[in-house]
Ligand binder design. Structure first.
Ligand code: AMP
Length: 421
């Protein structure tokens, strides 16, 4: 085959029909389960103001410093959204969602954009689903968020996962930890990677997230944040663990787990799968009690997670999990001659109006070719129509799987599908 002239950009992926069916299945499952968890959907624009994302995520994060797709039109500076927590918080503040009363329990599904180096499980346009619960600092909310995340994977059949858990505390806890961490790193400052050197002063916690080889010995021997938590943070973390125990949700504590954005406080978590290879994080999240205020709202504690759809799909493939059904259509009308085609065109809507999926040949092909096409379309039934059938008013109704045929009127055919297809 000739090389196509136009192709997708690196890291941008077409979701073709055979995959889109699987995506639809997972999306419908998420919508259904979200309803059961009393979550409401929120949809925000693909583009946001650059300032929101820089402010929200933090100047020194990988995302903001290296991975943003941005452009300007006149004086307006846009980014393609790299994640949805900051945009959801923006919407919460902009539309005064707190006035709806209670905590806002929101979920979303949609595309995100990060200019990362593409590889398996890492794309430049990828998709996340996630939830954001705004307006409560109760540990119950943290655990509900985690429970929903795990519930989705379990419902799909991805059960071989590890929940990693940490607390990065309140600002006071982090301040005293930062001091201890810097004191630990200082004697080896010159041996740190260039990125970590840059982070040393402004955001030393992010050094713990470094993947650079030369940083690893210093990370492994670093003090742990859980030794520096304030009373309040210890208590919050204790409650989260208690509720997880009560729900029999297993977790592994990882005192070096820090997440990729600066807005996190207190609880931080990640869901890891051994079936994913090097990009092993299925999902991650945590509390962000200061973000709403940071971007101009009233102080509002909040917690959420984001999960990668592509990685969920990869895990399913690795585990041999079938998502949804193969393509199929209830009825294929096989027509012989012009009158039969006219009849077919008129009967398609009558079938569809009854919820019966239906199609017919678009090309005026031979009966043999149409039967072949019906098989390719995975039709459950064919209705075979020619001049004789039109005169007599009865049609050959063929069950394709059973290879069984009946001569029926159109009304009798419709009756076969009721009450349920
Ligand atoms: P984050 O928003 O960075 O916390 O990521 C949450 C989840 O989104 C990760 O655990 C991944 O499953 C997924 N994810 C993040 N970045 C990418 C990417 N570039 N390509 C595919 N999935 C991603």
């Amino acid at each position: 085959m000739a090389q196509p002239k136009y192709t997708t950009h690196p890291g941008m992926v077409d979701i073709l029909p055979d995959d889109a069916r699987k995506w639809q299945y997972v999306e419908q499952l998420i919508h259904r389960e979200a309803k059961i968890f009393n979550l409401e959907e929120i949809r925000t624009p693909i583009m946001e103001q650059t300032e929101l994302i820089v402010r929200g995520l933090g100047q020194l994060t990988d995302i903001v410093s290296k991975e943003i797709f941005s452009f300007s039109r006149g004086d307006d500076h846009y980014v393609l959204r790299p994640e949805l927590t900051a945009p959801v918080v923006r919407a919460y503040v902009e539309h005064h969602l707190e006035q709806r009363g209670g905590s806002q329990k929101l979920y979303y599904i949609g595309p995100m954009f990060r200019a990362e180096r593409p590889q398996k499980g890492r794309q430049r346009q990828f998709h996340q689903f996630g939830i954001e619960v705004l307006g409560t600092d109760d540990a119950v909310a943290d655990v509900e968020v985690i429970a929903f995340m795990i519930h989705i994977y379990n419902t799909i059949g991805i059960t071989n996962t590890t929940l990693k858990l940490n607390s990065i505390g309140d600002p006071e806890s982090r301040e005293s930890y930062k001091k201890a961490l810097k004191a630990h790193l200082k004697p080896n400052f010159e041996s740190l990677s260039e990125v970590s050197k840059k982070r040393y002063d402004k955001n030393p916690l992010r050094i713990l997230d470094s993947k650079e080889e030369e940083d690893q010995p210093f990370i492994e021997s670093a003090p742990v944040i859980t030794d520096y938590l304030s009373e309040g943070s210890i208590e919050h973390y204790r409650k989260v663990k208690q509720y997880l125990d009560d729900l029999k949700i297993p977790y592994e504590e990882d005192p070096y787990l820090v997440r990729g954005m600066d807005y996190y406080t207190e609880t931080a978590f990640e869901l890891i799968s051994p079936d994913l290879g090097s990009q092993d994080a299925l999902a991650g999240g945590g509390r962000y009690d200061l973000l709403v205020e940071e971007i101009g709202g009233q102080p509002t504690p909040a917690v959420g997670f984001a999960a990668g759809m592509e990685r969920l799909m990869i895990a399913c493939e690795e585990l041999g999990i079938t998502l949804g059904e193969n393509k199929k259509v209830d009825v294929y009308i096989v027509t012989l001659g012009d009158q039969a085609r006219k009849w077919g065109v008129k009967k398609l809507p009558e079938l569809r109006n009854k919820g019966i999926s239906a199609t017919m040949d678009y090309k005026g092909r031979s009966m043999k070719a149409q039967m072949k096409d019906a098989n390719r379309e995975n039709a459950r039934y064919t209705i075979i129509v020619g001049d004789n059938e039109l005169t007599e008013g009865t049609f050959t109704f063929r069950d394709m799987a059973e290879s069984e045929e009946h001569s029926l009127t159109f009304e009798q055919i419709l009756a076969r599908f009721t009450p349920a297809v």
